[in-house]
Ligand binder design. Structure first.
Ligand code: SF4
Length: 274
């Protein structure tokens, strides 16, 4: 249930008060480093973009006040038409953000767990093309290979601070990632929409159907790398993502398969198709 203040903030979120739906998350984030880092390096450092992003965010919430924590369908920012037009005409191609919680994990069996470790940006397959037996059942391998064919950079997302440093700040400062496809838990959707508008990222948000964090407490633990459950996309989201990646990759694969030897090259925490 939560304290009276939490209940009040949830009510404000539910009503979309002042066309904002990040009251609870924003209030609980006030003492956290990630919130202040974002405020200093995105909002204060780029006040015009932040003001424009806030205006567009409020318009978005006004049009769709039903972004609930139970969201299960893909959600495009600012809308599907703009997102699709952007990814088909823009370079670079959309960054695909995959949660570290997609990695296989069994605390009692190292052979059934990701050999690159859990809460980090690493992956043997993305880094060296190495595929261990456990990788055959890993969404990061499965989706990563489609991203390679589609020419999309891949980022294994961990904490909010790292997401800000690796993805949002390079975008708001240098337009490094004008579009993105992010896989995340339904609870995080409300929290990330405002930063995406402020940083100017056209985004498709796809939510997990299983294993996701259900509230701020679970989210905060996962943000610190404590997350045992393995997440999984629902069928609709997976189909949508694979369809988009196939479309993006179709042109190159048709050219006699000459790019079949493609591999990823790591730059910081991001894996770029070469
Ligand atoms: S594909 Fe990457 S993330 Fe998945 S199990 Fe293998 S090394 Fe780990």
């Amino acid at each position: 249930m939560g304290s009276p203040i939490t209940r009040l903030l949830r009510r404000l979120d539910g009503a979309g008060f002042w066309n904002v739906q990040v009251w609870e998350f924003g209030f609980r984030s006030l003492p956290r480093g990630y919130a202040w880092l974002f405020f200093l390096r995105a909002v204060l450092a780029h006040p015009v973009k932040a003001a424009r992003g806030m205006r567009r965010y409020r318009g978005f919430i006004r049009r769709r006040v039903d972004i609930s924590a139970g969201l299960s369908s893909p959600l495009a920012i600012p809308d599907e038409e703009v997102f699709l037009r952007g990814i088909q005409t823009q370079e670079p191609r959309p960054l695909v953000g995959l949660g570290f919680c997609l990695k296989p994990y069994d605390p009692n069996d190292p052979s059934a767990s990701c050999p690159s470790g859990r809460a980090n940006h690493d992956c043997l397959y993305l880094e060296r093309g190495e595929v261990r037996p456990v990788c055959a059942d890993c969404a990061i391998h499965h989706l990563g290979s489609r991203c390679l064919a589609g020419g999309c950079p891949v980022y294994i997302m961990t904490s909010a601070k790292d997401i800000a440093r690796d993805f949002l700040f390079p975008q708001v400062g240098r337009s490094s990632f004008p579009s993105a496809i992010l896989l995340l838990c339904p609870y995080s959707v409300r929290a990330i929409i405002l930063p995406l508008f402020i940083c100017g990222v056209d985004t498709l948000l796809l939510v997990y159907a299983r294993g996701s964090c259900a509230d701020y407490g679970q989210w905060l633990k996962a943000d610190r790398g404590i997350k045992e459950e393995r997440t999984m996309l629902n069928g609709e989201s997976e189909e949508k993502l694979l369809g988009l990646l196939e479309k993006l990759g179709a042109g190159e694969w048709k050219e006699g398969g000459k790019r079949k030897d493609r591999r990823f090259v790591r730059g910081g925490n991001i894996f770029y198709p070469d």
